[in-house]
Write a protein that binds this ligand. Structure first.
Ligand code: BEZ
Length: 253
């Protein structure tokens, strides 16, 4: 999971708790059972891992961010620093769960192959991440500001937001049978657009000189305000989820 974003766990906790709070439906889809061994791929601060543990599952979390792994461990989750394309486990999990992570992984097929490798036969892969059209207004606003300032370099989109047809094909090519896959529009209230950019777009802004970062964010905010802000609801971002459940074939190695 080669990510191009740096995670500041403290900042994330204060401003991005919605990421886990809005994902309990994905835990329901996973339906963890007592005694199952489950991998949380991209466990973040451990909130959902803990929820899965409460069902009596043996949970292992992995995340690329050492800061996040530390947060998970502090909550009592067994967690390791590891990316989605470098999993070291083999045929040992009943299920792999993943929330709001797979859109950061450019090589989706390699990640799926890694998931297949760590699952037992018949094991399930249940997840949710950004689907086609996700945060489109935000991406377009950043693109516009980059176009206005060639000195910042090109806008490099770090995300993979597939259609359900594209992702279904990726899963099937790795031998998974797809039980369900859907695109869900989920307009998401966030606290503040500039905080969002600091947390989730710091990699995108890395070539913007420090002295001009505030100016960059102000320009993005100005473009987005008429589209995503109302006095009644505050900032509501155009999130789109891709939610799926797939199963590894019994004979697959
Ligand atoms: C998401 O969860 O869809 C997402 C979050 C941050 C950046 C990009 C996508």
């Amino acid at each position: 999971m080669k990510e191009s974003n740096q995670w500041d766990a403290e900042h994330y906790n204060k401003n991005a708790d919605f990421v886990s709070r809005l994902a309990y439906a994905v835990v329901d889809l996973l339906a963890p059972k007592n005694g199952e061994k489950i991998l949380d791929l991209g466990c973040g601060d451990g909130t959902l891992a803990l929820e899965i543990q409460k069902h009596g599952a043996q949970l292992i979390g992995v995340d690329l961010s050492a800061d996040m792994v530390e947060k998970s461990r502090n909550k009592g989750v067994e967690a390791y620093v590891m990316g989605a394309t470098e999993l070291v486990f083999q045929d040992e999990f009943d299920a792999v769960f993943s929330n709001a992570v797979l859109h950061w992984v450019q090589d989706a097929r390699l990640a799926i192959e890694n998931v297949k490798q760590v699952l037992k036969g018949n094991g399930r892969f249940v997840g949710e991440f950004g689907g086609y059209g996700n945060i489109q207004a935000l991406r377009e606003a950043m693109q516009t500001v980059f176009d206005r300032h060639p000195e910042y370099g090109r806008f490099q989109n770090p995300w993979f937001f597939p259609t359900k047809e594209e992702y279904k094909e990726c899963l099937q090519q790795s031998g998974f049978s797809v039980k369900s896959i859907e695109i869900i529009k989920r307009p998401t209230p966030i606290g503040d657009i500039q905080e969002w950019l600091d947390i989730f777009a710091n990699g995108i802004m890395k070539n913007v000189p420090t002295s001009q970062k505030t100016g960059f964010k102000n320009e993005v905010e100005k473009i987005l305000r008429p589209k995503l802000f109302t006095p009644k609801d505050g900032w509501v971002v155009d999130y789109v989820r891709l939610r799926f459940e797939a199963q590894k074939a019994n004979h697959e190695k």
